[in-house]
Design a binder for this molecule. Structure first.
Ligand SMILES: Nc1nc2c(c(=O)[nH]1)N[C@@H](CNc1ccc(C(=O)N[C@@H](CCC(=O)N[C@@H](CCC(=O)N[C@@H](CCC(=O)O)C(=O)O)C(=O)O)C(=O)O)cc1)CN2
Ligand code: MET
Ligand SMILES: [Zn+2]
Length: 769
């Protein structure tokens, strides 16, 4: 029999229950016991969903209160001393690492959080010391949750982040220089001990995730697999059977690693991203090894094309026999929303095109049956074929006017009228900015009042005029606070936006949106990506009204604020029937019109955010990467190049790992870049000197993910460090990212320190000059 399996299930629950519980706990509104009980309720509910769907292999330990990599930091007692020394409860210590802790005399910042591969999920980076040791936490979470499931009648397969990936995804702590992979021999015994405990608890098999296998690996990392997996194999029957899981790419380029897994029961590969790896992978498997075939996409919301998946599965079954094939999701379903059943407002034709986590779980089970007993699931197969055909034939997808405009795009439209020197001279005259200009990245706190008013407006409980007036009041407040803080370039604060991508999706043709399709982004934060179903165009200006109003009441330059084409694409669920470059160019043309309209309406500083540019970068170096960068950069340029020299284009990136594609960042030709930097080594900025980057840069000086307010000295120290790498006349002073997740008192406290620090350096350098 072909079995079915799920690599991981979303954690939030139908109504973002986990988010609500976590946030209530952080606000001291519920007890630790109540929070843990809610976690348990969600785990049980999610196991039940999978069991009811007929899934054979159900995961455990895929649940996390904040992040699953963070779980492993605690599991291996790899918690930095600055947290352990606080003597917090394990749960509070865990949250302190995730989001910082500034309460009851304790003041520790969060660990660094970065993107999980090429997704919009963020994980907490293992942060390791020169003298790092590991040991197994008491009452290890994977064992506890396995037993919890078992007790409730679910036989599960625990999911673990593999030892090599755990280390390779980590970094040395500030002040340490250890290469994490050199710690492998210290970690492996702990790992083996954990596996033994799982076996003793009754686990027959475990899923060990080694997703780093899809990267180009350093030789040191490659070499780590053999000793790690040999040590596990040496434990023989004392440990469960191991399925090594990879996802988000192909592993063919790392086939020389596979002998390390010769004792593993099987291998999971992503056949949605890379169906072509099937044949070579089949040839690599040992005589008894199982293939877990990831055919149901864990990263999008489109209904599975059963005919296509069955073709892949049949090939696998032909080669291995039904007993050695498992039908699986391509990756964890963490990246998909909970259930389509919650969507009551989708157009009915479109509804049939989608499948969220609950529905995908059923797809996996249906496919597993269909491989050997198609008659048993005949109705499901027919319904699926009909839905796929309906989408292919739908008139929704095609807009000839959009195609026509795309055909007319010229190379010149991608370039500004003059080079940076000329532009900057005009901008300087026009904007009269001081040395070390201060600004923020766009959003100000999305208070619960803002959300409540928006919710009322959406439900029709207040009129459009009332809502508009409310938003104007919020903009007035933002301007007033910026006056008081004495910032140099203002923002309107984005109070009217539910999300920087969803907001634009809701104002563009070619999109549909959901009411409940939340996906975890980090910790308790979720996004509701809009869905691209057809050709995209802009029926009317999207942001002009708010920006114009903000500018009218501001005495300093007001920055217009847009989300760039690549980010709109990546943080939506894109279509799968048209290449992403085509969708991106459509978005770029819509945004180009918006940029020009803002300028026409007196907005002379315009920020076009592209935080997803890096995330979209193909995971491996090579042709695919260069092709992506070409269309991604072109889209940004097409969106922004329609303005006069005197209009200043800013762009924003919330990541600092741009060393490996710096040429693309430079090619954007943005007048000012703001980048996340506060948690990274200022050394990363060296690339700007090395590459003689001529334009202006604002490396973030304030970690906006944490409620913690940095001191004035911390700001000064950070700016001092940056000045070792950047010229004073190049430097802007700003936070890492937008401030929507912060509270006003945190923002006021932090920004007043930030402005004071900027003024300190302004004075210092004025005296020098
Ligand atoms: N798409 C996207 N990806 C991103 C980012 C981003 O900003 N957007 N930023 C980076 C970090 N990620 C982040 C992701 C989410 C949030 C965030 O704050 N999300 C909000 C939801 C934002 C939203 O869509 N809000 C809606 C719905 C708000 C809501 O919960 N309404 C209540 C009703 C109102 C109430 O009573 O509170 C409900 O629906 O139940 C709105 O404001 O209109 C949250 O989790 O709380 C922040 C950062 C990277 N990726
Ligand atoms: C994730 S990047 C966020 C940029 C946006 N302008 C904001 O300030 O929220
Ligand atoms: Zn950002």
């Amino acid at each position: 029999m072909v079995q079915s399996s799920v690599l991981g299930f979303p954690r939030m629950g139908v109504l973002r229950d986990l988010k609500k519980a976590n946030e209530a706990y952080w606000a001291d509104k519920i007890s630790q016991e109540a929070l843990l009980a809610e976690g348990k309720r969600l785990r049980l509910a999610h196991w039940q969903i999978q069991k009811d769907a007929g899934v054979d292999i159900i995961p455990s330990n895929d649940f996390a209160h904040y992040d699953h990599v963070l779980d492993h930091i605690q599991l291996f007692n790899a918690v930095p001393e600055r947290y352990t020394s606080q003597k917090l409860s394990p749960l509070d210590e865990y949250f302190a690492m995730g989001r910082g802790h500034q309460k009851g005399g304790v003041d520790v910042p969060a660990l660094e959080m970065v993107k999980w591969f090429d997704s919009n999920y963020h994980y907490v980076k293992p942060t390791l010391q020169d003298n790092q040791t590991f040991s197994l936490a008491k009452d290890p979470k994977p064992v506890r949750e396995f037993l919890e499931a078992k007790e409730a009648g679910f036989q599960t397969r625990p999911v673990l982040v593999g030892p090599v990936s755990f280390l390779a995804l980590g970094k040395a702590d500030r002040g340490s220089s250890v290469d994490p992979i050199t710690l492998l021999d210290k970690l492996v015994p702990v790992y083996v001990e954990l596996l033994k405990q799982l076996k003793a608890a009754g686990a027959e098999s475990v899923q060990i995730d080694e997703p780093v296998l899809v990267f180009d690996l350093r030789p040191e990392v490659k070499a780590a697999f053999k000793p790690a997996y040999e040590a596990i194999a040496a434990a023989g029957d004392a440990v469960p059977k191991v399925i090594v899981a990879t996802y988000f790419g192909d592993i063919v380029h790392n086939f020389d690693v596979l002998p390390a897994f010769s004792a593993a029961a099987g291998l999971h590969v992503d056949l949605v991203r890379n169906p072509e790896q099937l044949e070579p992978v089949l040839k690599q498997l040992g005589p008894n090894q199982i293939l877990s075939a990831g055919v149901v996409d864990g990263r999008n919301i489109w209904k599975n094309d059963f005919a296509k998946s069955l073709e892949i599965l049949q090939t696998a079954v032909k080669a291995l026999g039904p007993e050695r094939v498992i039908v699986a999701t391509s990756s964890s379903l963490l990246h998909t929303p909970h259930t389509l059943a919650s969507e009551k407002k989708l157009p009915s034709d479109v509804y049939e095109w989608f499948s969220f986590a609950v529905e995908k779980v059923k797809e996996v089970a249906t496919l597993a049956k269909a491989v050997t007993e198609p008659e048993a699931v005949k109705a499901e197969l027919e319904a699926n074929a009909a839905a796929i055909k309906a989408r292919t034939d739908s008139k929704r997808t095609n807009d000839p006017a959009v195609k026509e405009r795309q055909a007319q795009v010229t190379p010149e439209q991608h370039n500004r009228k003059a080079s940076f020197d000329t532009r900057y001279a005009e901008q300087k005259k026009h904007l009269s900015l001081p040395l070390f200009p201060t600004t923020t990245i766009g959003s100000f706190p999305q208070t619960s009042e803002i959300r409540v008013q928006r919710n009322k407006f959406t439900k029709g409980e207040i009129s459009a005029e009332e809502y508009e007036r409310f938003i104007e009041k919020e903009i007035e407040l933002a301007v007033k606070i910026q006056d008081e803080l004495d910032l140099d370039v203002y923002v309107h604060g984005e109070p009217e936006r539910n999300d920087m991508v969803q907001y634009f999706g809701e104002r563009l043709n070619g999109y549909v949106f959901t009411t409940h399709a939340w996906v975890q982004s980090y910790g308790s934060r979720c996004v509701r990506p809009p869905i691209i179903v057809g050709d995209i165009s802009r029926p009317a200006p999207m942001t002009v009204k708010e920006s114009k109003y903000a500018a009218s009441i501001s005495k300093k330059p007001m920055k217009g604020m847009l989300t760039g084409p690549v980010t709109c694409l990546r943080w939506s669920f894109p279509r799968v029937d048209v290449h992403q470059s085509v969708q991106c160019q459509q978005l770029a043309l819509a945004l180009r019109d918006e940029v020009v309209d803002l300028e026409k309406n007196g907005i002379y500083v315009i920020q076009v955010d592209e935080p997803a540019l890096r995330e979209g970068l193909p995971l491996r170096k090579g042709e695919e990467r260069e092709a992506y960068l070409k269309w991604a950069v072109d889209s940004f340029k097409l969106a922004t190049a329609g303005v006069e020299n005197s209009t200043q284009i800013h762009s924003h990136f919330c990541y600092s790992e741009f060393q490996d594609f710096f040429h693309a960042i430079a090619a954007l030709d943005a007048d000012v870049l703001s980048i996340e930097n506060s948690k990274s080594d200022a050394k990363l900025l060296k690339v700007f000197i090395d590459e003689e980057y001529p334009r202006h840069i604002g490396p973030g000086v304030y970690d906006i993910h944490s409620p913690r307010v940095p001191t004035l000295d911390e700001f000064k120290q950070r700016i001092e460090e940056m000045l070792a790498y950047l010229k004073p006349e190049q430097l802007w002073i700003n936070p890492d990212c937008g401030l929507k997740t912060r509270k006003w008192d945190e923002v006021k406290g932090a920004l007043s320190h930030m402005v004071e620090a900027a003024k300190f350096f302004r004075e210092k350098y004025a005296n020098k000059a």
